[in-house]
Design a protein around this ligand. Structure first.
Ligand code: AMP
Ligand code: ZN
Ligand code: FE
Ligand code: FE
Length: 299
């Protein structure tokens, strides 16, 4: 691995990762990473512990988040980087999203029971230690009980969009997801675009144009499960729309056992220069409201 590798996409036990914030940072350090972003689903609760561990080990900690946005046919996740986890509007939206999960999750358990599986929501929530409970926790309980052989099989047969135990949850619109990240001082990046399940790169290009008009800042073109061709095609789309290119593994520990931190499936390499561009964009967008303020003061 080259010097200065980074990873801008990782989950902890505060959402659906199996490593605690401290363990995650220790793993990043052991893998020689210079910087690591924590991007849990819908929560910033890992930040304090991750930051302390990172300071101790001399790893650079980047505060991040992953927000699910309303989209079909596939899945749209928006990553937020360098956010202020204390921003009131962000906290308010995260409380709303937590609520939406708490409505959906018991319904998934009921569906599974209805399909004949002996599974209670209590044991799933317990596995998640009552942090942000996600479908991977359901999948893990199904594996432990011997109903399926792997987390992936649980998704394919039961939990993925359109499968018998899939239940929709309320999500933010792409516009609101980008806005809440910007409102917290962050940079908004379209995660793993292959999961949008669009029919062509042309369709992806058109969607990215729309999202860029809403203020999207970048695309996660370098992603564990992207092929080399996908990495270069999504990078081209980013450059065409003046967007940043970012990259990360989407490490979930034992919940995605084939993906390792920093190296992904073995061929991931995210250069530090991408993080420098991301930081520059964060500073740049910080300056924008002030510029506007000066203009309106003059008007
Ligand atoms: P949730 O936010 O609770 O709906 O869970 C979303 C998480 O489930 C994603 O971040 C992935 O970790 C995982 N996931 C979603 N779809 C799949 C899939 N088809 N196969 C494996 N894991 C998936
Ligand atoms: Zn996840
Ligand atoms: Fe995601
Ligand atoms: Fe993720």
């Amino acid at each position: 691995m080259s010097d200065g590798a980074i990873d801008l996409h990782a989950h902890t036990t505060h959402s659906d990762g199996s490593a605690s914030p401290k363990e995650l940072i220790e793993r990043a350090n052991a893998k020689g990473a210079r910087s690591i972003a924590v991007t849990d689903h819908d929560t910033v609760d890992a930040f304090a512990e991750a930051r302390a561990a990172a300071d101790r080990l001399g790893v650079e900690f980047i505060p991040g988040i992953e927000i699910s946005a309303d989209f079909s046919p596939g899945t749209m996740h928006i990553l937020g980087y360098l956010i202020d986890g204390e921003a009131p509007a962000l906290k308010e939206q995260l409380a709303m999203l937590k609520n939406a999960r708490e409505k959906r999750n018991p319904e998934i358990a009921r569906r599974l029971e209805g399909l004949g599986f002996d599974i209670s929501y209590e044991e799933v929530a317990q596995l998640a230690a009552n942090n942000v409970v996600g479908r991977p926790h359901f999948a893990s309980v199904l594996v432990k009980k011997g109903y399926v052989r792997s987390i992936q099989e649980a998704f394919d047969r039961l939990l993925k969009k359109g499968a018998p135990a899939y239940v929709e949850k309320a999500r933010l619109s792409p516009r609101d997801a980008i806005e809440v990240i910007h409102g917290a001082g962050g940079v908004a990046v379209l995660a793993h675009p292959y999961q949008l399940k669009l029919s062509s790169y042309q369709a992806a290009d058109e969607l990215v144009a729309d999202l860029a008009a809403l203020g999207l800042d970048g695309i996660e073109a370098i992603y564990s499960r992207h092929s080399p061709d996908q990495r270069s095609r999504y990078s081209e789309i980013a450059l065409r729309h003046d967007l940043l290119i970012t990259g990360g593994s989407d490490y979930h520990g034992s919940y995605k056992p084939d993906i390792d931190l920093v190296t992904g499936l073995g061929d991931l390499e995210v250069p530090y220069a991408l993080l420098e561009a991301l930081k520059a964009r964060a500073i740049d967008s910080d300056a924008k409201p002030q510029e506007k303020g000066i203009e309106s003061a003059r008007a």
